[in-house]
Design a binder for this molecule. Sequence first.
Ligand SMILES: Nc1nc2c(ncn2[C@@H]2O[C@H](COP(=O)(O)OP(=O)(O)O)[C@@H](O)[C@H]2O)c(=O)[nH]1
Ligand SMILES: [Mg+2]
Length: 380
Amino acid sequence: MDLSIVVPTFNEAPNVAELVRRTAAATEGLEREILFVDDSTDDTPAEVERVAALAAVPVRLVHREKPSAGLGGAVLEGIRLAEADICIVMDGDLQHPPEVIPEMLRAHRRTGAGIVAASRYTGGGAATGLADAVRTAVSRGATLLTKAMFPLRLRDSTDPMTGYFLVDRTQLDLDRLRPRGFKILLEILARNDIVVAEVPFDFAERSAGSSKASMRQGMRFLAQLSVLKFGKMSGFALIGAVGAVANIGIMAGLTHLGMSYIWAAIIAAEVTIVGNFLLQERFVFREMLGNASARWLRFAKSFSFNNAEALIRIPVLALLVETWHISSVLAAVITLAVAFVARFAFHSLVVYAPQREGAPSRRRVLAQKLDEQAMQPGEL
Ligand SMILES: Nc1nc2c(ncn2[C@@H]2O[C@H](COP(=O)(O)OP(=O)(O)O)[C@@H](O)[C@H]2O)c(=O)[nH]1
Ligand SMILES: [Mg+2]
């Protein structure tokens, strides 16, 4: 098999027949397959089966009953299941014209690059199919921001957010990828040192059906960026920051309702501690849950630590101000920073520690593990 064309689909039934026809025509003479990775809730799977029976190329369908990690997860699964090592990832709505495939293959042969991205933003490319001025601006802005954050890894990419690309599976470590949301190419480029070539293409109008891009995807994208850039600790910090804002908000609300500020502060702190725990479980330590202790035990540890920390921090703050005579603001910054690192360390190493018998607990091992955790890609 020369080529596998991986097509993620979510409710794309009206586009399937046309996509298979045009793809088959554009890749004539090659030994290739089209692999649909489908998470649809409509009759797309039945339509793929119908088209497959009549098609001039082998068409395979993987329907995921329990879709995980959205579009990115579907694409990764497709690349894993593909027959060929050379895969082309292409949307199922014909915004990615299949006629560009031969050019991508030529570029791959010419350069040997691990990725050949079809770019909207390189000479001759265009993004005419972006729904409106707002989406165009968002796409441009997101591209600029991303390039600014990864100036080296993305130096050869004018369009790291494109969903249309060739990937040479042999040049990539698929196990390193943690796809979330829409931006799988960014995930690949940021986590692998891989040579990128580009060909221009014109991002067309959607053929039929409706877009699944959303505000929620946008937020996921920002979270993905921060985790890719700063590792797991950034997810932890982000949730901590949200918690701090919520804490202040709850306290303001309760005092406004006439509660004494001491009680308001206590309630706000406890609500935030519980909320943070739930968010950290869900977003930051998710892949560690399988090996960790039971949830109630994790909660007990986390809850105790945070309460102890809150109790200790204030006296330490007072001590710093009174005995070292540093300003109270600086003292607050220092205690909060130390508390943050301690909290991250405690959660990574104790709350979510893998359950194994006889695990050595020497300081050196802990330090190493902490380092590993802090540098590891997060799961936001
Ligand atoms: N398998 C799968 N495909 C998806 C999912 N979300 C979107 N897609 C597909 O990904 C492609 C791009 O999505 P689309 O809605 O067109 O996004 P847009 O082009 O950015 O507006 C289309 O083929 C969708 O059907 C998903 O959760 N799972
Ligand atoms: Mg689309």
